[in-house]
Write a protein of this length. Structure first.
Length: 456
């Protein structure tokens, strides 16, 4: 009996020991799974940043969480600021300081943004708010400034004695945002391509992993002389163009430098050439003739109607006095694209009290054009930059001295403003005889480069 009791006690102790070990192992497994979960969540906290990188858009992120998000269909900039506990004064400051770079009030769905918060902060206090406004442009709001700046705001104050409302300026303090702009470095590579068309140019481009935007660019280069949409089987196309990229990743199709179309009985050329005589670039054919009309009739991409013409004795609708109107007004909805009526160099792209947001272009030694009252200037339009005829330079608005959305189109000839509708501008010109020999030498050089063996 005693032996049976001893065996039972030994067996009971052994079972307790095994059960205890099993529980301990479960706890260890439980802790290891929690640790692995923590590691995974840390990795998920920085999905848009290389794990090796310690900076993001020149921001030190060693101790920051970086989260990438985008606007939904019902999201807007004001809702975002409210959700991040940024006050109305910070919102007003942000909109005011970024209005020339990006129109946040009309920002649509899928606008990408980044929220940077402290990694060790349990309250996830906002440090930076970053917006991706293009493939290479970012707007950064640094939210770490703890200083106060005043905002004067008029408020109605009720006097206790008289019980009358009086308007008084009461200073309101807020933490200012530090706004900065970041651009990634863009690399430009010259690409040369040639192909014998089998079905269409579109299919040939697709088969060779080239962007379909090239079709539009090639047609702009050839002007009214030929459309690449009319290429047929066994036709040959050869061209040279610039392609932009960021860190080796394709960004966009750049400028077309030269193009040659060969058909059974005809050959067409278009070469981008700098004309010293009038200090401008033009697409020129193999005979030295310009391929584009000198100026387009309208500064709007989709036509538009003239609501006020050049008039030296117009009654001004805002100032209510007789004042010379030295431009031609084209009415269009807010946001409609405004284009350069001819190729040239940007002289001004800025805001002025009466002009609002405007762009001025020098086309050659004789002609300049100006486009006023834009809601905003297009991306990349800066003084010194070159633009092509038909390129979007801004968008219709009513900034400055304007009563409604329109573009005021102004035209200079030899330093004086003239009526573009009375000028003979659309005559296709030719390189002057004294410069033609130099052009033909240049043409032969480019022709040899174009004559590479085409792909079949």
């Amino acid at each position: 009996m005693k032996k049976a009791v001893r065996h039972f006690l030994c067996l009971f102790i052994l079972c307790l020991f095994i059960f205890s070990c099993s529980n301990q192992q479960k706890k260890v497994d439980s802790h290891s799974s929690v640790d692995s979960l923590k590691i995974d969540s840390t990795k998920l906290a920085k999905p848009c940043v290389d794990s090796v990188s310690t900076t993001f858009l020149d921001i030190e992120i060693d101790s920051l969480y970086v989260r990438e998000k985008e606007f939904g269909r019902r999201d807007n900039i004001q809702k975002l600021f409210t959700s991040l506990k940024l006050d109305k004064n910070q919102f007003a400051q942000f909109i005011n300081e970024t209005k020339d770079a990006f129109d946040f009030k009309t920002a649509t769905a899928k606008l990408k943004y980044f929220i940077l918060t402290k990694e060790t902060d349990s309250t996830s206090q906002l440090q930076y708010l970053v917006f991706k406004t293009s493939n290479y442009e970012y707007i950064i709001a640094n939210c770490t400034d703890t200083s106060f700046v005043p905002v004067e705001q008029t408020e109605e104050i009720v006097s206790k004695k008289s019980k009358k409302k009086k308007k008084a300026k009461k200073p309101i303090l807020y933490h200012p945002l530090q706004i900065s702009f970041f651009e990634k470095n863009i690399d430009t590579t010259e690409i040369q391509f040639a192909a014998i068309i089998q079905k269409s140019l579109s299919k040939s481009l697709k088969e060779n992993n080239l962007d379909q935007k090239l079709i539009e660019q090639l047609n702009k280069a050839l002007g009214n002389k030929f459309s690449v949409n009319n290429l047929r089987k066994n036709d040959t196309i050869q061209f040279i163009y610039d392609q932009t990229s960021i860190n080796g990743q394709f960004l966009d199709v750049g400028h077309v430098k030269a193009v040659c179309i060969k058909q059974k009985k005809k050959t067409f050329y278009a070469l981008d050439y700098f004309l010293e005589d009038d200090s401008s670039y033009q697409y020129v054919d193999d005979k030295g003739k310009y391929l584009k009309t000198a100026f387009l009739k309208s500064p709007l991409q989709k036509g538009g109607s003239i609501v006020s013409r050049f008039n030296l004795h117009r009654f001004h609708p805002v100032l209510l006095v007789e004042k010379a109107h030295l431009g031609t007004d084209f009415a269009a909805p807010t946001g409609a694209p405004i284009i350069a009526t001819a190729s040239g160099i940007i002289l001004n792209a800025e805001f002025k009290q009466y002009n609002g947001n405007y762009v001025k272009i020098r086309h050659d030694r004789m002609y300049e054009t100006q486009y006023l009252h834009m809601t905003r200037v297009a991306k990349g339009i800066q003084p010194g930059r070159r633009v092509q005829q038909g390129q979007v330079i801004g968008y219709v608005g009513q900034t400055g001295l304007a009563t409604g959305p329109h573009v005021c189109y102004r035209f200079w000839k030899n330093g004086e403003q003239v009526d573009p509708l009375r000028e003979k501008l659309n005559v296709v010109k030719q390189i002057p005889k004294e410069n033609l020999a130099n052009y033909l030498v240049y043409f032969d050089t480019i022709k040899k480069r174009l004559d590479i063996k085409p792909l079949k």
